[in-house]
Design a protein around this ligand. Structure first.
Ligand code: 4AD
Ligand code: MG
Length: 465
């Protein structure tokens, strides 16, 4: 079937031309004069195209008047200038071919009235046909495209890192195990431990929490690389910003320090926001009106902003001096909680802020130890409405310091032999970060819940679809 995309048709002016479109009926209404108006959407853009179908069409009474919301059709017709309000073009149908009815008795869940997001999660396979999820996915798609553009333009190589791994990058023990052992009949060693040598990979394996360690190996050979892949965390957090499976973009740069890292993170976020402002204006208008007032103004500010960077110690001072009572008391050494991040970005700076140089005790083993021996060269970018969107660091490139850190944190050093090799053989200063793709989309759309910015969310107790 040769069909035109509605997004292109809506821009055309060659009235009288015969064209074919195909899509799903959003609404259909009968008019007294013996014709029907069909609002058709094909997902190519936010807007619908209006189809005028007259009762002279051979299947008018047998089929067209039976079209309900959700039905699928292809329409051949003439492009005409629309006399109605709200659209500039419409199609006068010469033939309406019904591809699939949507019968009343089958109960299509997406009727004209708005369905709450919680309810839509129960029909995650159909929710892409709503305005919100169409717009979300188009923005998600554009942000993915802009990500590749950004890194490719800056000489970063795109790298795929393994999904199944035997290293725990964050050392937080939040990994999903991958096994083919019979759970009802586990093989045991002489010490009555599970005998992983009989497992599929001959050892205990898991889904990755981050592609960073493997990205470092390629950065320490090719210079600049980035990953863009799925990551998995078995943390039991039921919040509006945690998923068990999410997508992360992880750039890694050789010959780079913490300042280069902060600069890259800021450039990247600025680039993304200005890219979608330019290319997704119609969808952003929708989010701006219906989901979060002031969204476009906020994104515009971010796209032009010089970001704030502060030391962790200064952030703690600001929080203490704020005089606010936080649920989680503030003192030097704590990990910033979402209430603290909220205060810093929404009340104090009213803008994104990058907090750097965190205490070593709350950060991962691979972060470079600062000269004070207390803090590490970590960077976390916090944004209003979400909190942490980026986490990263300069990496520890000194073999002995790294070995000490791994031991200090009680990690199994033998697992990291290959990672240590990168320091043994021609070590270089290097740095990188991870940006949580879904948190970014939340920030760019104003969507409250992270479950609504990924096609099929996985969270504790939920892996439907
Ligand atoms: O701060 P995180 O844990 O950092 C890392 O994984 C590093 N290895 C990245 C690196 O340096 N290459 O995670 C990075 C980002 C967070 O800032 C957050 O945006 C997102 O990943 N993130 C999550 N997003 C959704 N659900 C979760 N459970 C997330 N955990 C982290
Ligand atoms: Mg983090």
């Amino acid at each position: 079937m040769r069909r035109e995309f509605i997004k292109d048709v809506l821009k055309r002016k060659d009235f009288g031309t015969e064209i074919t479109v195909a899509g799903w009926v959003r609404t259909r209404r009968d008019s007294k004069g013996g014709f029907s108006f069909i609002e058709l959407n094909d997902g190519s853009c936010f807007g619908n195209i209006q189809i005028l179908a007259e009762n002279s069409l051979h299947n008018y009474t047998s089929e067209i008047v039976k079209l309900l919301t959700g039905a699928s059709v292809s329409v051949k017709g003439k492009l005409v200038e629309s006399p109605g309000k709200g659209q500039s073009v419409e199609i006068h149908a010469l033939a309406v071919k019904v591809l699939g009815f949507c019968k009343q008795e089958d109960g299509y869940p997406l009727q004209k009235q708005r369905v709450p997001f919680e309810k839509l999660r129960e029909v995650a396979h159909l929710r892409p046909r709503t305005n919100s999820f169409g717009a979300m996915l188009r923005i998600r798609n554009r942000l993915a495209y802009a990500t590749h553009k950004f890194y490719q333009e800056r000489n970063f190589y795109y790298l795929n890192t393994p999904v199944i791994t035997c290293s725990d990058c964050e050392g937080a023990g939040e990994m999903f195990q991958v096994t083919t052992l019979d759970l009802n009949n586990l093989p045991k060693t002489v010490n009555n431990k599970i005998d992983y040598s009989q497992d599929f990979f001959g050892r205990k394996a898991s889904l990755t929490v981050s592609g960073q360690l493997e990205a470092e190996s390629y950065a320490c050979a090719l210079g600049n690389v980035y990953t863009f892949g799925p990551t998995f965390r078995a943390e039991n957090s039921n919040t509006r910003r945690h998923l068990s499976e999410f997508w992360m973009i992880e750039p890694e740069m050789a010959f780079a320090d913490i300042d280069d890292n902060v600069r890259l993170a800021e450039d990247y976020v600025r680039y993304l926001t200005s890219d979608i402002l330019e290319h997704c204006s119609e969808d952003l208008d929708f989010f701006n009106k219906r989901i979060q007032k002031g969204l476009i103004e906020r994104l515009t500010k971010v796209s032009e902003a010089v970001f704030k960077t502060i030391n962790y110690s200064n952030a703690i001072d600001i929080l203490i001096k704020s005089g606010k009572t936080f649920e989680y008391p503030v003192k030097w050494g704590i990990d910033l909680q979402s209430e603290h991040e909220k205060f810093l970005t929404e009340e104090y700076f009213k803008a994104p802020v990058t907090v750097v140089n965190y205490p070593k005790n709350i950060k991962a083993f691979y972060m470079r130890l600062n000269d004070d021996n207390e803090t590490v060269a970590a960077i976390d970018m916090l944004v209003p409405g979400i909190g942490e969107i980026i986490g990263g660091s300069q990496r520890e490139e000194r073999l002995d310091v790294l070995q000490n850190r791994i031991r200090e944190l009680g990690q199994p050093i033998e697992n990291y032999w290959w990672y240590l090799d990168l320091r043994k053989f021609g070590t270089v200063p290097h740095a990188g970060f991870g940006l949580g793709f879904e948190r970014l989309i939340q920030f760019c759309t104003g969507m409250q819940n992270i479950r609504d910015v990924i096609p099929f969310p996985r969270t504790p107790n939920n892996a439907d679809f």
